[in-house]
Design a protein around this ligand. Structure first.
Ligand code: FE2
Length: 257
């Protein structure tokens, strides 16, 4: 039987949240989506509040993944321990609250979601994401395994794609907020995309006001991040998975304006 999995790129600030709330349910209906994963670590710009996490969940996410800004808003800490649908990178050390892997029972199938973070130019103080993935895949059986690899370097994401090819159902990248055009089924059957893109303002630099980004590159003080007014986008991908094999048969990018 075929299942459709929707992965949505990093939701950035209030415009991203509102756009998600406005469009996620209709997209799920249109694409006959069985399970949805949304990256929410930028809902506050840097981090997310408990209220914002719940807004993403209530908008239709089955799992919310995070990344390098997991603890940008420290109040998220208790929800990380309480909400099984909220995942932070699994290769954070054991001192971090919360969990990086969740198993979701859909009745006919069990879906495992793994959140990992890259170490190239991003999170140096974490465990090795490759060997962390090995350990997680050994730990628990599921029909499908989905991986959100929150990483800066395209090389690290591609290498992880090849490393887990045939061992997970789908693997996508988040964090860079710019979608890549390399959606594919890898040689051993894993659905792959280097980066999903983002959910937020179109006329922005990764979701924030361009003037602020330019100011920081000029060497000035950009100030507190602000999101621009104007049109938004919701970017991500739909992975078609086959329960007979646990692998992927098709990947389609989506971009909802
Ligand atoms: Fe990030």
């Amino acid at each position: 039987m075929l299942y459709h999995i929707l992965a949505v790129g990093d939701v950035v600030m209030e415009p991203g949240l509102e756009h998600l709330e406005r469009h996620l349910r209709s997209l799920k209906k249109l694409k006959k989506i069985d399970f949805t994963v949304v990256n929410g670590e930028n809902a506050s710009g840097v981090g997310l509040t408990q209220e914002q996490a719940w807004r993403i969940y209530d908008a239709g996410a089955d799992a919310v993944t995070l990344g390098n800004h997991t603890f940008g808003k420290m109040q998220i800490r208790s929800l990380l321990d309480e909400a099984p649908w909220l995942l932070r990178p699994a290769n954070y050390t054991g001192r971090a609250p919360g969990r990086g892997c969740g198993v979701f029972d859909l009745g006919a199938v069990r879906i495992r979601v793994v959140n990992l973070i890259g170490r190239c130019d991003l999170a140096w103080g974490t465990e090795n994401p490759f060997t962390t993935a090995d350990a997680l895949l050994r730990a628990d059986k599921a029909d499908f395994t989905l991986v959100d690899f929150h990483a800066e370097a395209t090389s690290e994401k591609l290498a992880m794609g090849y490393y887990l090819d045939g061992r997970v159902s789908a693997l996508w990248g988040t964090h860079t907020h710019v979608p890549t055009a390399d959606e594919r089924v890898m040689p051993k059957g894993t659905g792959y995309l280097t980066d999903l893109g983002m959910t937020g303002s179109v006329e922005s630099v990764l979701g924030i006001r361009p003037e602020q980004s330019v100011e920081s590159f000029l060497g000035g003080l950009p100030g507190r991040y602000q999101s621009p007014e104007g049109p938004c986008k919701m970017q991500g991908a739909v992975f078609t998975l086959d329960s007979a094999t646990g692998l992927c048969t098709a990947v389609e990018r989506v971009d909802i304006r």
